[in-house]
Design a protein around this ligand. Structure first.
Ligand code: SF4
Length: 479
């Protein structure tokens, strides 16, 4: 895309920001001398965007470059943008402006759905040096290095061996590796812009996925989550499937904890939940239902109706007791009558969910739903979202209550209060749990008792080391 930096860049950029050009010329000389660059990664949106950042970070580090969590000191900033809602589009635009102001010297590489759907506009944004659309993401690292005058100019330094063993994920303070297994989707849900931005389904090979998982495990990562646009469609283009892939991972990897990120509630084989007999596969699935009313689901062109969804959830909960199902739900879809909304509320209350992401309908230009009659007014969307949120809080409490008294294995992720030795982690059912035990290490797994639910109803609590809390604090926890 970019032949030698100086020529092409200068020619194109003089028109937009002379100061920026001087930065580029000077810094190119600087990079050649330093022989590696600092790269900062940013993403908005889905787990797939996160997974892609991790892959690129690893590729850059394998080439001897350094990951920095500070955009201000980076030579290159890679931003993986989002366009799932109008708000996400706006946030992506604003974030690009913020990154440019934060570090005008850096090369700004923008990719992701916002960039893919608005490529020409994004190219014209101040400070953007390179736009890589979703279909070209595989080659992002090469293109970014071309920006700096060509990979062979900034060849792998002797520090490659050093940086190669470090995991960018842990460097960025994360403890769960998102593994991209596929991209794109063959379906056309009427509200969905992702299927337009990401294109047709394409799967990564099982070998590549396994190699990435085993590398992450060697580098100290204890948990991975498989992600994609249509995870259930994995392998449709390579004569494989999600069931087979999970079996391969369980057989040919030793990573202790394997999760599934969001999975559309169809295209799953009947024996699918047998896989969860293996305790390394975490008993939680995020199955987006989007509406609890069949007439709305029809207008959404969703492939799963309420009865099928209910059967799927029953199967999961029969196969694995206390299996946690979380979901996404759109409030105020075009044409949604009060009667349809009541049906949705009743269905959600009847099914029960550990967590619900609630989205007021957002019309996306280019989607069928944006042109449907009966667009619901903002106030009604807000009121329905609030009502569903109140129900979601109740259902979450009911879900968490099931775990009181259990002994669970927790992956500890974050110390929230070093004085009190307060740590947050996740249980296998994907519930946040708080413990006061200063012996905990980040990314370690240990067993604790579940003794309570936090007052805000959002987390489980391990009492074991409550004695160490100053008496004054006791009131915050309800047993
Ligand atoms: S299945 Fe998911 S990704 Fe595919 S069109 Fe529907 S909502 Fe979009």
């Amino acid at each position: 895309m970019w032949p030698r930096w100086c020529g092409m860049q200068a020619g194109r950029l003089l028109s937009k920001n002379p100061l920026h050009d001087i930065f580029l010329i000077e810094s190119a000389k600087f990079f050649r001398d330093r022989r590696f660059v600092y790269i900062n990664f940013q993403a908005l949106g889905c787990r797939l965007n996160e997974a892609e950042l991790e892959t690129w970070a690893n590729q850059f580090m394998q080439l001897g470059h350094q990951v920095t969590t500070d955009a201000g000191e980076a030579d290159v900033v890679v931003f993986n943008s989002c366009a799932v809602t109008a708000q996400a589009d706006r946030k992506s635009r604003q974030h690009i402006g913020r990154l440019q102001r934060r570090n005008p010297r850096a090369r700004l590489v923008v990719t992701g759905c916002h960039a893919s759907l608005n490529a020409e506009a994004v190219k014209a944004y101040l400070g953007v040096d390179l736009v890589v659309d979703n279909q070209q993401k595989e080659g992002l690292v090469d293109q970014a290095l071309q920006l700096l005058g060509g990979e062979d100019e900034i060849a792998a330094s002797e520090s490659a061996a050093l940086t190669g063993s470090l995991n960018p994920l842990l460097l960025r303070g994360r403890h769960r590796g998102f593994i991209k297994i596929q991209d794109g989707c063959r379906y056309r849900c009427t509200y969905c812009i992702v299927t337009i931005a990401r294109g047709e389904e394409r799967s990564r090979s099982e070998t590549e996925i396994l190699a990435e998982i085993n590398r992450l495990h060697r580098q100290g990562v204890q948990e991975i989550a498989l992600t994609g646009v249509h995870v259930g469609g994995y392998g449709s283009d390579i004569d494989s499937g999600l069931y087979r892939l999970l079996n391969e991972i369980l057989e040919h990897s030793e990573i202790p904890r394997i999760r599934l990120a969001s999975v559309e509630p169809w295209d799953l084989p009947p024996e699918f939940f047998r896989l969860f007999d293996n305790p390394r596969l975490m008993p939680h699935m995020h199955l987006p239902i989007q509406s609890g009313c069949d007439t709305v689901l029809r207008r959404m062109a969703r492939r799963c109706k309420t009865a099928e969804f209910e059967r799927l959830v029953d199967k999961a909960r029969t196969a694995i007791p206390r299996f946690n199902v979380t979901t996404d739900l759109i409030a105020g879809f075009p044409g949604e009558t009060e009667r349809e909304w009541r049906q949705s509320m009743d269905f959600v209350a009847r099914t029960g969910f550990g967590h619900i992401h609630i989205f007021p309908f957002s019309a996306r230009a280019g989607t069928k739903a944006a042109r449907l009659p009966g667009q619901v007014d903002g106030a009604t969307k807000k009121a329905r979202s609030r009502e569903m949120h109140a129900l979601a809080v109740e259902l979450k409490h009911r879900e968490l209550l099931q775990h009181i008294g259990a002994r669970v294995e927790v992956l500890w992720e974050q110390q929230v209060n070093s004085d009190a030795g307060q740590w947050i982690g996740y249980t296998p059912h994907y519930h946040k749990i708080l413990s006061l035990n200063s012996d905990i290490q980040a990314s370690s797994i240990s067993e604790v008792d579940v003794d309570a639910i936090s007052e805000d109803g959002a987390r489980l609590v391990n009492h074991a080391s409550l004695a160490r809390i100053a008496l004054a604090d006791i009131g915050r926890y309800v047993g």
